[in-house]
Ligand binder design. Structure first.
Ligand code: 13P
Ligand code: 13P
Ligand code: MG
Ligand code: MG
Length: 361
């Protein structure tokens, strides 16, 4: 049975500030999806101030009806945000009218179509206060690093390696790399996380393993709106990395871009659902992992996968690193370099200083 799993998300207003989604917005989003006969099943979740729609259906990826349903659901939730005067109501909805596909209109999208296996474990990662490049290091580790994923060494069905599709989000180009043969070429690009983002990973036989949202909100809007706060879907087991191999990279809270005003570097902290509300300096950036089994398209779950003491050490470390970074205040590398502040409000402040510059003799 061919199933499409669509995860479409948007910030439709925060409660309070940019910290979380109000329960009423979640309820309205659920009602909107429940009325549709397009879906097999759905879940409504949030990570921080981002509303996450997790949907299964049989219409394939980039389907107009599914995208319209998501768009209308965001509009319904935005109505509630406006009534309650929540912060940045409708923040990520960059247009007033739907054009057939939510890509380029603000929301983040990660979709995959696959033949449902005998058992189909999937993990939906959802992050707040960061950008799509945040997935580069974990996806690399999951599918290409034998020190993370034992299966690359010991499982004959994974030993051949994987194919990574990388997007240049500035020039709108894509390129594929085969691993392990082209590991070093892959790393040349994906280390530059604000420009090159891993869009998908497939087995060499073409089975989809992972897909991420690569929408860059500020590049689309041409100004600072908010951060992209990306999602990433990974299938696990049976020729793909085991559930624990998929989660393992998050035991290291790597530095990502985002945090306060989308302008800072900070550690990506893995948290349980209940703690998915960034507060300290609007952060630190966080990620949740919702584990599901699919049964004929029906969604079994979610399981709260980072709700595990095994990730306590990563959280402690993230807090330590967050504190260390914070002590730099407005100094780089806590604050992003000027080249990446282009889409923030900083250039407006710089404009005011322009006239005061004089040539050095
Ligand atoms: P079980 O023996 O519990 O099924 O686990 C197998 C496995 O591969 C764990 O990574
Ligand atoms: P969001 O991208 O999550 O809305 O956060 C924006 C922000 O400016 C946080 O300080
Ligand atoms: Mg927000
Ligand atoms: Mg957000």
């Amino acid at each position: 049975m061919k199933i499409t799993l669509s995860v479409i998300k948007a910030d439709i207003g925060g409660f309070p500030g940019h910290s979380q989604v109000h329960q009423k917005c979640m309820d309205v989003a659920g009602e909107s999806l429940s009325k549709s006969d397009l879906l097999i099943d759905y879940r409504v979740m949030h990570c921080g101030d981002d509303l996450e729609l997790i949907m299964t259906h049989q219409k394939g990826v980039d389907n107009k009806e599914i995208h319209k349903l998501a768009w209308n659901t965001f509009l319904e939730a935005t109505k509630v945000s406006k009534e309650l005067k929540l912060y940045g109501a409708g923040q990520d909805l960059l247009s007033d009218s739907f054009s057939g596909n939510v890509k380029g209109m603000g929301p983040g999208v990660a979709e995959m179509e696959f033949e449902e296996r005998k058992s189909e474990p999937v993990i939906v990662f959802m992050a707040d206060k960061t950008e799509p490049g945040a997935w580069n290091m974990p996806l690399y580790k999951i599918f290409a690093d034998p020190f993370n994923t034992a299966g690359l060494v010991i499982d004959p069905s994974m030993h051949d390696g994987f194919v990574f599709e990388v997007h240049d989000v500035i020039d709108h180009k894509k390129v594929e790399f085969h691993t392990p043969e082209e590991l070093y070429d892959l790393l040349v690009l994906i280390g530059a996380t604000d420009r090159y983002c891993i869009k998908s990973v497939k087995t060499k036989k073409g089975e989809i393993g992972a897909v991420s949202s690569t929408q860059r909100l500020n590049l689309m809007a041409g100004k600072y709106v908010g951060k992209d706060d990306p999602v990433c879907v990974v299938r696990a087991q049976h020729g793909l990395p085991a559930l624990g191999e998929v989660l393992e990279p998050f035991s290291f809270p790597h530095l990502v871009k985002g945090w306060m005003r989308g302008s800072h570097q900070g550690p990506l902290m893995p948290v349980n659902f209940k703690d998915a509300h960034p507060t300290r300096f609007d952060g630190p950036p966080r990620v949740i992992a919702a584990g599901f089994q699919l049964a004929n398209g029906k969604i079994v779950g979610p399981a709260d996968l980072f709700d595990d003491p095994a990730f306590d050490y990563a959280r402690t470390k993230a807090n330590y690193v967050a504190d260390y970074m914070r002590r730099h205040g407005p100094f780089e590398p806590h604050r992003l370099p000027l080249s990446e502040m282009e889409y923030t409000t900083l250039p407006h402040v710089m404009d005011k200083l322009k006239e005061r510059f004089k040539p050095i003799e």
